[in-house]
Design a protein around this ligand. Structure first.
Ligand SMILES: [Zn+2]
Length: 103
């Protein structure tokens, strides 16, 4: 079992308290945009994800803790969480991810 740092509780907790909640920074189209989307575009929004090999930004939920969602950068090759950050914060730059990986 590994531990995950919750940016709201500001402490590391056992992974069993958390749930993966999909890709981060994935913006739902507005109602107007949805009305103008083709079936193929809507299908792409609903079902197609980047599936990155390497560092990817994900949404996580501290389900059995503070009950808040946050974002994390996870390396899909090593399956290690590199860093976590609060919702609303921008996707970290490659330099920031490397700095977090070294610490
Ligand atoms: Zn928390």
């Amino acid at each position: 079992m590994f531990q995950i740092h919750c940016p709201y509780c500001n402490e590391k907790r056992d992974e069993i308290e958390f749930a993966h909640a999909g890709e981060a920074h994935y913006v739902r189209p507005t109602a107007k945009e949805q009305a103008e989307m083709s079936d193929a575009e809507w299908s792409r929004y609903m079902f197609i994800r980047d599936n990155v090999r390497g560092d990817t930004a994900e949404r996580w939920w501290h389900q059995h803790g503070c009950n808040l969602f946050f974002n994390a950068v996870r390396n899909t090759v090593t399956d290690k969480l590199v860093m976590t950050y609060k919702m609303g914060e921008p996707r970290p730059t490659a330099a920031k991810i490397e700095k977090a990986r070294e610490s």
